[in-house]
Write a protein that binds this ligand. Structure first.
Ligand code: LR7
Ligand code: MN
Length: 538
């Protein structure tokens, strides 16, 4: 990812935290198209909403920040600010002005809105629900299904069910958002499903563009442009209309610019934008299509990866994914997860993305493992039911997806292969994290010790996250292991006959007989001490 590419990678590993990567601000930079019209108070717009026996005041005051408490502690956003806002605040209409004149069928189908949550703040959850009721034509909202994913207080959900059209399901165990959504979809009575996160605010006429597209073709899965609600002051900020969903081989979601040719061809700013993947939380999908395609992979836990699995499946099995610029929904983007992961954040993400890669990425999964070496060997459960689903649906290959949907995803240049680097009967091996030497070859068949297993991914020679590097740019310099950095000249190598040549110095890896420690010396590939016979692993 180049530094200038707008992106919104959602998580950073190692810290057990989710973070918006640097550059996420680009999402709303340069957004000049939207008007500055402020939506009138929604009540006036739609004549108010029936709240039934729901007592809003009691609901909100039942849980409030205590004086002196950190307002960010429980939800990773400023709760004090959210509580202060009220449930019906006006927000800016961030659409392109031409969206206001787009027309829709009079007989659009109604939808079931599904919102899963785990310990969501009452004020954000209520604002999500009320924005849906206030900014959607009443006839299009069949129901709002809340799935309480075993939050601490069952009343967070139960009390909301007093609002007409709102239903509440509560999980008896923590299930995670994937199984919770499947449960919600299972009881939905409308023919179209609309998924929302529990801290959103939908904008003017957000729903009609999405229902229209799905009504015209039930295999389309559509999402809005996702505006940003500031986690600090809850300002509603317009996101750029020139972005789509993409990813890197490590299966990190990112926002990226629409390819330039497509951008040039867009004469009408209200047109849909094809997207290789969706962010995951906010989308509309025909219910029978959702069921036909196998809902979700319910062996995925808590959070993460399900958006790739769904996106690959939709495209590869006959559907399409779109972002509709005339539909806008605000979402509170956070820098960390405010909830716990029973199995740990990193392991859960790896399990979920491994399942997506193993089922859908065919031979390209090797690039996922190359980008995320720590995923190797981690358990991910059985995928036989998902492989059977893929066969039954007769889906296209991942190669087809790359060629037809995401040709911009660059395939790493060199096919990476793992091998031994053998010299006579000895093998190049790493000692601890830094030094190197030659040792007796310890492998047999496909089983080799990690210390003797090398991946030749030009220009790097790597072992997990460490790479072969010279200590200095001069003859006789020692060779050691350093954290991989493909831009570091000290780490660049290429094969030269049986020898391995250091690209910057032009010198070759030499074991200084007998048996190291290895240095770089003038290339003489005919020397036994410079001959590294790669022995491939199967
Ligand atoms: O155990 C859990 N159970 C839940 O019900 C954990 C979470 N949840 C709920 C949670 O309360 C929220 O409503 O699931 C929803 C998503 O969780 P967030 O808000 O913590 O996730 P996110 O906004 O960081 O994550 C994005 O990626 C996720 C990957 O699994 C999901 O697909 C989210 O729905 C998705 N959110 C969006 O796409 C909104 C736009 C953000 C972007 C980009
Ligand atoms: Mn969210």
């Amino acid at each position: 990812m180049s530094p200038s590419t707008p992106s919104c990678a959602l998580l950073v590993f190692g810290s057990n935290r989710v973070a918006l990567a640097a550059g996420w601000q680009c999402r709303f930079a340069g957004e000049a198209a939207s008007t500055s019209i402020v939506t009138r108070p929604p009540r006036a717009e739609h004549g108010g909403v029936q709240m039934g026996h729901f007592d809003e005041k009691a609901y909100l005051s039942g849980k409030q920040l205590k004086a002196g408490d950190d307002p960010y502690r429980d939800h990773a956003f400023n709760l004090q600010e959210s509580d202060r806002l009220g449930s019906e605040r006006a927000i800016r209409d961030t659409r392109h002005y031409r969206c206001a004149s787009v027309t829709f069928d009079h007989d659009l189908p109604p939808t079931s809105v599904i919102i899963t949550f785990h310990n969501e703040a009452r004020s954000t959850l209520l604002r999500t629900i009320k924005s849906v009721l206030l900014r959607s034509p009443a006839s299009l909202i069949q129901e709002i299904i809340l799935v309480d994913d075993f939050s601490t207080d069952p009343e967070d959900c139960q009390l909301l069910a007093l609002i007409p059209k709102v239903r509440c399901l509560r999980n008896e165990h923590r299930e995670g958002l994937i199984r919770s959504r499947v449960r919600g979809a299972g009881v939905a009575s409308a023919s179209i499903l609309t998924f929302l996160d529990s801290h959103c605010e939908v904008n003017t006429d957000w729903l009609q563009p999405m229902l229209q597209r799905v009504k015209e073709d039930h295999t389309r899965v559509v999402s809005p442009i996702i505006d940003v609600i500031s986690l600090d002051n809850f300002a509603y900020l317009a996101a750029s209309a020139d972005l789509r969903g993409g990813f890197d081989w490590n299966l990190h979601f990112k926002w990226e610019q629409i390819p330039i040719e497509q951008k040039m061809a867009r004469t009408d700013p209200t047109q849909p934008i094809r997207t290789p993947v969706i962010a995951g939380g906010i989308f509309v999908m025909d219910k029978s299509w959702f069921n036909h395609l196998g809902q979700y992979d319910t062996h995925m836990d808590i959070w993460g990866g399900e958006n790739f699995e769904l996106s690959f499946r939709v495209w590869m099995c006959g559907g399409s994914l779109e972002i509709l610029p005339c539909s806008r929904v605000g979402h509170v983007f956070r820098k960390r997860h405010p909830y716990d992961f029973p199995e740990g954040n990193a392991l859960t993400y790896i399990k979920n993305t491994r399942r997506a890669a193993e089922v859908w990425m065919d031979e390209y999964k090797q690039y996922y493992y190359l980008a995320r070496p720590s995923a190797q060997g981690k358990s991910f459960g059985s995928i036989s039911d998902r492989l059977a689903l893929r066969r039954k649906l007769n889906c296209n290959s991942f190669r087809w997806y790359l060629e037809n949907v995401y040709p911009e995803l660059k395939i790493p240049k060199q096919e990476p292969v793992s091998s031994m680097l053998k010299q006579g009967g000895l093998c190049l091996e790493s000692h601890g994290t830094e030094s190197l030497g030659l040792g007796e070859c310890k492998g047999s068949g496909a089983i080799w010790p990690q210390s003797q297993k090398w991946t030749l991914a030009e220009p790097l020679i790597r072992q997990q996250d460490l790479c072969l590097a010279i200590a200095a740019f001069s003859s006789g310099s020692k060779v050691r292991m350093e954290p991989c950095n493909p831009k570091d000249g000290k780490q660049k190598w290429k094969p030269k006959g049986p020898a391995l040549q250091q690209l910057v110095t032009g010198l070759c890896l030499d074991s200084q007989p007998p048996a190291g420690p290895p240095v770089i010396a003038q290339c003489r590939p005919q020397l036994a001490s410079q001959s590294w016979e790669p022995q491939l692993l199967t």
